[in-house]
Design a protein. Structure first.
Length: 444
């Protein structure tokens, strides 16, 4: 039986409703991990280091899709909760138009600046050419990637999380199959890796567009004739500013990590960080999937002024995130060696560096889920300012300070521990905001 946004959510219903989004995000991360595994083992550690050096820039370009998806879905869900169905469809349509226009502009920009960007962060010779080859080809698919990010959120608002999951799984399987064909069998190298990822993004971005245009679309949301309204689009983007901030900040911080690692450990350091981040994507995807999956519930009940249900979602979600954080940290400690061996088992020095780094890095999982959910919670309440502030401090300010200062005293270990220090600081900020706004939103 389909669970509707208007219902009261027990733990069982929360998990049933959020599970497709969690699986969707985990699956997305897994096929990204498959990409890295094939590149590292079939092409080599220099190309592997190259894609990890350029990946943060590619994520900056695609992160506007996360912003529009998160902020737009919060606005659409709130509007549905207010009973304004026609307005919700107009807003939904505007968001899709905005993604397509912005995606094309960012594609042109990315192709032009990928080479100077790679040079700026230390790529030379073979590594530089690898960065440009992989980056330019994947940037061509940026609009599809942005659409995929937007539809991941909007499928949940449309009460079709399972359909969103099916499309994500289809995209993931496509990527895995094409990795085998293009990299392992056809020996197309980084061109094959970029094509495999890009074509899978077309599955995740274009198929949902066709579905919402189709007469078979039986959801509350559909694409209609509408004008572009700047006020609505600015509000949606403002709501999702935290998701943009999270992705852009994470990418900028990754660039700084890579810069510090190149300085302290050379190419091996960048490759080790890349392997750690691929595994981290899977773990953090659980937190992100849960936050994305439950945000429309909060938005809907906030729009319908059901404060008790908003309170219910916050309390239960904090318990869930806290328990999951501890479990993930323990799993990361146990699985550090086997997971690292998948990526860099062919190089003993690199393998040992990766295992050591991942064990130190994994302590941050304990608080990460609660910080991610708090930011998402304020996005769902249509308070983009607080959400963006938490994300800005958590993913940029605190991490940059930590990754610049800690290596002075702890050398390479300081880089691996920087993110944990940042999460502790961010958790204090999250609690301060939750306490200070409890009377305004009536969730406590």
């Amino acid at each position: 039986m389909t669970i509707q946004l208007c219902e009261h959510f027990t733990y069982k219903k929360i998990f049933r409703f959020a599970l497709p989004s969690i699986v969707m995000m985990v699956f997305t991360s897994i096929y990204g991990v498959v990409d890295g595994t094939f590149v590292s083992n079939f092409i080599g550690k220099t190309p592997f280091a190259a894609i990890n050096l350029v990946w943060p820039f590619l994520m900056v370009l695609g992160s506007f899709g996360f912003m529009i998806g998160a902020g737009g879905s919060a606005l659409v869900a709130k509007t549905l909760g207010e009973g304004k169905k026609e307005d919700s469809n107009r807003y939904f349509t505007m968001l899709i138009y905005l993604v397509i226009i912005l995606g094309v502009l960012l594609t042109v920009f990315g192709i032009l600046v990928i080479r100077p960007f790679s040079k700026m962060f230390g790529a030379t010779g073979e590594m530089l050419e690898n960065c440009v080859t992989y980056g330019r080809l994947l940037i061509l698919f940026n609009t599809a990637f942005m659409l995929q990010s937007v539809f991941q959120s909007l499928f949940i608002t449309a009460e079709k999380p399972k359909l969103g999951l099916i499309i994500t799984v289809a995209a993931g399987i496509t990527n895995m199959i094409l990795d085998v064909l293009f990299i392992a069998l056809f020996k197309w190298g980084l061109v094959g890796a970029a094509l495999a990822t890009g074509l899978s993004q077309c599955i995740g971005g274009i198929l949902p567009l066709i579905y919402f245009l189709s007469p078979k679309n039986d959801t509350q949301l559909r694409i209609v004739k509408t004008k572009m309204e700047a006020q609505i689009l600015v509000k949606a983007c403002g709501n999702g500013a935290s998701e943009l901030m999270t992705n852009v900040s994470s990418s900028l911080v990754s660039m700084l990590y890579n810069f510090q690692l190149m300085r302290l450990a050379g190419q091996n350091g960048v490759a080790a960080y890349g392997a750690v981040m691929y595994v981290e994507f899977i773990f953090i995807a659980v937190f992100l999937g849960y936050s994305i999956g439950t945000a429309p519930i909060v938005s809907y009940h906030y729009g319908s002024k059901n404060h008790d249900e908003v309170k219910n979602m916050l309390r239960k979600s904090f318990y869930i995130m806290g328990i999951m954080g501890i479990v993930m940290m323990i799993l990361a400690q146990i699985l550090a060696k086997p997971l690292s061996r998948i990526f860099v088992g062919y190089d003993l020095e690199l393998f040992e560096m990766t295992v050591h780094g991942f064990k130190l890095f994994s302590f941050y999982f304990v608080l990460a889920g609660m910080n991610i959910y708090t930011s998402s919670f304020f996005t769902a309440l249509n308070n983009g300012v607080i959400s963006a502030t938490i994300s800005f401090l958590r993913t940029l300010v605190f991490q940059m300070i930590s990754v610049l200062i800690l290596p002075i005293f702890l050398k390479l270990d300081g880089i691996w521990l920087a993110i944990t220090v940042a999460e502790v600081c961010a958790f204090i900020i999250s609690i301060i905001f939750l306490i200070s706004k409890k009377d305004i939103y009536k969730y406590a």
